[in-house]
Design a binder for this molecule. Structure first.
Ligand code: DON
Length: 306
């Protein structure tokens, strides 16, 4: 593969007209303080090469991207069959924080990436660990090679103060018998995992094993079994961008995960991991400029999974 630096710089320039068309998340007040015009992009190759442009080293709130790390943790903590009895693997076609489908479907969330599903995953981990958040931090620090990754306590507090929809979802899960720990504990852990701050480069590095059949290229360590990677990537492809997932697959064509902090991180198996960050979101909660940048990336390189 060629040097990608000119392409990343070209993309950073080409997406400029897209600024101002989305809106920074404000339902978590601490997120609304992030400057809207940030843009960073990082690409890691499984051959060890890395490229970046713009604000790629600036930490941002990973929010729902944390759901990938908790799913990976849960799958190595409890038996997968146990987890898949409590949460499905189908796209929801509904907003990430919707309650309606959860009630219709008896408290079994459609997938681990909508909020209801992620709360169940966090609960599953919590039942087996006295300190799930340090465990999670340890995982992301190791995967990204950055021991400096921390939780943004202000963001965690801000969401705890305003997270009424998540509280409603958690109480409903509890009422349906699909939450084992106390609601307050699960919410506390969930808000903290969402408030982990990482840069686009951290996230691209952390996702690289998902592009490489579970192997960390730099060390050769088989960090995740290939079958688990295949399965997690499939859930990313079908559920990673909520009710925007079909349009994202159409435009970009790679397994990816978004967060309301404005990050989107994805993989092109056998080749790259790629992360883009720009805080203005579309009406479904996915980065507007980030999606445009990833669309340009896969079109201009001719690389997607299709
Ligand atoms: O639970 C929430 O609403 C947020 N902490 C995370 C939501 C999110 O990132 C959805 N992503 N697009």
């Amino acid at each position: 593969m060629n040097d990608l630096q000119p392409l990343l710089d070209e993309i950073a320039e080409a997406v400029k007209p897209e600024f101002g068309k989305g809106k920074v998340a404000d339902y978590i007040p601490a997120l609304a303080r992030v400057p809207a015009d940030r843009f960073g992009m990082a690409v890691c190759g499984i051959d060890g090469r890395e490229w970046r442009t713009g604000d790629a080293l600036m930490p941002f709130s990973i929010q729902s991207i944390s759901k990938v790390f908790t799913l990976l943790t849960a799958l190595e903590t409890i038996h997968p069959d146990e987890l898949w009895q409590r949460v499905g693997r189908e796209p929801s076609g509904t907003p990430f924080n919707s309650l309606m489908q959860l009630e219709n479907e008896g408290g079994i969330p459609r997938n681990p990436f909508i909020n209801a599903g992620a709360l169940v995953v966090t609960d599953a981990i919590a039942a087996h660990s006295a300190s799930p958040v340090p465990h999670l931090l340890n995982m992301v620090r190791r995967l990204s090679g950055n021991p400096g990754i921390v939780i943004d306590e202000e963001v965690a507090r801000s969401e705890a103060e305003h997270g009424h929809r998540n509280a409603a979802i958690a109480h409903f899960l509890k009422a349906q018998g699909n939450l084992k720990s106390e609601v307050t504990r699960v919410l506390h852990l969930y808000f903290r995992q969402c408030a982990i701050a990482m840069s686009a480069m951290d996230l691209a590095r952390a996702f690289l094993p998902l592009a490489n059949e579970g192997v960390i290229p730099a060390t050769g360590e088989q960090r995740f079994p290939p079958l688990r990677v295949k399965r997690v990537n499939s859930i990313l492809l079908t559920c990673g961008l909520y009710d925007g997932v079909g349009n994202f697959a159409f435009r970009v064509g790679i397994p990816a995960k978004s967060g309301v902090g404005g990050g989107i991180v994805g993989v092109i198996p056998g080749k790259f991991s790629v992360c883009v960050w720009s805080p203005e979101l579309d009406n479904l909660g996915n980065s507007h400029v980030g999606t445009a940048a990833l669309e340009l990336f896969t079109r201009k390189t001719g690389l997607s999974i299709f």
